[in-house]
Design a protein around this ligand. Structure first.
Ligand code: RP5
Length: 164
């Protein structure tokens, strides 16, 4: 089984998540993506979580919009870390999903990133895995360094523009 199992409530969520899948790839983390829903496919969700747990998956990432209970439902069925991504879909623009994902009862945490925060979810998953895997921890440091270089490059570009 993959190191990260990444569920999303619908394939319509995927465009908001694509950059996170790319980041996981750059970080050398294996991932399986699935469309599963707390409300619309509860049995299949539970079965997938059990299969991942048995197969050694380290972290779950769950993305959903509206009444986003996917991350919470997965956390209820797993003792592994669950990262929740509230997705901006529907009339309330992700605020509904943010509150539904973050506000868990005591003892069943979901590490919630910001609305559409797929890249942060990927990096956080790598950081969690990196606590027990030096190669992954090293990749995270390298990834962060490349991000720093990119921002410094933007700074240089702006300085050039303002000069001219
Ligand atoms: C949520 O409803 C999904 O996560 C998605 O954000 C939203 C709309 O789903 P679809 O109607 O596109 O399947 O459960």
């Amino acid at each position: 089984m993959p190191q990260v199992a990444w569920m999303m409530g619908s394939d319509s969520d995927y465009p908001k998540l694509e950059a996170g899948f790319k980041a996981l790839k750059e970080l050398g983390i294996s991932v399986e993506g699935r469309v599963l829903s707390a409300h619309r496919t509860p049995d299949a969700t539970r079965e997938f979580v059990a299969k991942c747990e048995a197969g050694g998956t380290k972290v779950f990432i769950c993305a959903a919009g509206m009444a986003a209970h996917l991350a919470g439902a997965v956390a209820a069925h797993s003792s592994r870390p669950v990262i929740g991504i509230p997705v901006d879909s529907g009339a309330l623009k992700g605020l509904d999903a943010l509150l539904s994902t973050a506000q868990m009862p005591p003892g069943v945490p979901v590490a919630t990133v910001g609305i559409d925060g797929a890249v942060n979810a990927a990096v956080l998953a790598a950081q969690i895995i990196g606590t027990g895997d030096d190669a992954v921890a090293k990749k995270v440091v390298e990834w962060r360094a490349s991000q720093t270089a990119k921002v410094l490059e933007k700074d240089k570009r702006l300085a050039e523009k303002l000069k001219g």
